[in-house]
Design a protein around this ligand. Structure first.
Ligand code: ADP
Ligand code: MG
Length: 335
């Protein structure tokens, strides 16, 4: 295994307009330029944007947005009657879920095993305690963390076909670290089935591409400087047809007494992971796997995370430290 350390400089900013979504509304705003349609909206508590090249007909975007809405209704922890909501309110009884939910749970369980528990979707009791969305700014007490932690652990989750059982009635699941990637894959699948040959799907930093941007150039994806402003790009990569997913401390956090309390939590303690990393970017074919891996590698840290990535075929990673060092796996594309 070999790590490459880049000098501590901020590289020339490369701005990818599609990544810098400005509009932010539920129904979405459409934009037409010749031979291309795009739309920005708000799902899964995050900005999503789609660009489809080679068409002026944005009905394909309507269908993508409906698809995303349906998946949010199925997979959200907080939407009443979603599959996840039903699992979390089952009081220990078996629940029947959709094929999609079952396959996503199965994938999440695989990553729990691969990451030796660093990735754990039964993290929900901790997530509820921190409540970054509704009530940021309060650090939970040790007693509250210990109580929540007594209900965290993937061993309480059982999946048998489409039947899900959470043995501990107080346990709960949260698919926040994998659902956006999974949904991006489904949107890509749909667009491909419609004959689309060039598209950019961006679900809150989960970027998935179809083909090239144009006949002469691949997609150029900016990777955010995790310690900079939202439009500061630290490096960029050129890809076609691949997924680029980043987990970073900047996505959801509050600062108190000089400490950045962010939303990627250590399942062993319930505390935000503090291991010198600020972000992990995964380049892969599947966005669901990239999403699961970016969170897994963040929690595992530079050394173990890099080891995991190097053991997987077709997957590359870029780790960015709090010293703004860029450390990448052997096959990560250079700028
Ligand atoms: P983002 O949602 O910003 O793209 P991630 O993919 O890393 O970032 O997901 C972080 C979210 O996943 C958190 O908001 C929380 O809901 C959940 N989560 C936090 N820590 C873990 C963990 N160790 N394993 C699985 N899910 C986690
Ligand atoms: Mg993730």
């Amino acid at each position: 295994m070999q790590h490459k350390f880049y000098p501590k400089i901020v590289l020339l900013p490369v701005v990818l307009a599609a990544l810098l979504a400005t509009a932010c509304q539920r129904t979405g705003t459409s934009d037409h330029s010749s031979g291309s349609v795009s739309r920005t909206g708000f799902f899964f508590d995050t900005v999503v944007s789609l660009t489809v090249n080679g068409t002026d007909d944005d009905s394909v975007l309507d269908e993508c947005f409906t698809l995303m809405e349906n998946y949010e209704a199925m997979l959200s922890r907080t939407r009443e009657n979603s599959d996840v909501w039903k699992i979390n309110h089952s009081s220990g009884k078996p629940v029947t879920v959709s094929d999609e939910t079952a396959s996503l749970l199965s994938l999440a369980m695989k990553y729990s095993e691969l990451s030796d528990g660093a990735f754990d979707i039964t993290i929900a009791p901790y997530v509820e305690l921190w409540d970054f969305k509704e009530n940021p700014g309060t650090v939970p007490s040790e007693a509250d963390l210990a109580e929540a932690g007594s209900h965290v652990g993937i061993s309480s989750l059982r999946l048998d076909g489409n039947t899900v059982t959470l043995d501990d009635p107080e346990a709960a699941v949260d698919l926040g670290a994998i659902a956006k990637g999974y949904i991006a894959d489904r949107v890509k699948e749909f667009l491909t089935s419609q004959g689309v040959e060039s598209a950019l799907i961006n679900l809150g930093g989960n970027v998935l591409t179809i083909g090239n941007r144009s006949s002469s150039s691949p997609w150029n994806i900016g990777i955010r400087d995790p310690l900079g402003d939202s439009d500061d790009i630290i490096t960029s990569i050129r890809i076609s047809g691949k997924s680029v997913v980043t987990s970073g401390t900047y996505e959801r956090y509050f600062e108190k007494d000089g400490v950045r309390y962010h939303h990627i939590l250590d399942p062993k303690t319930g505390l935000p992971v503090q291991n010198g990393l600020e972000s992990v970017t995964i380049l892969s074919n599947s966005s669901a796997e990239g999403d699961a891996l970016s969170t897994s590698c963040f929690v595992l840290g530079l050394e173990k995370g890099m080891e995991l990535v190097e053991s997987l075929d077709g997957t590359e990673a870029l780790f960015i430290t709090d010293e703004q060092e860029l450390c990448c796996s052997d096959g990560f594309p250079k700028e």
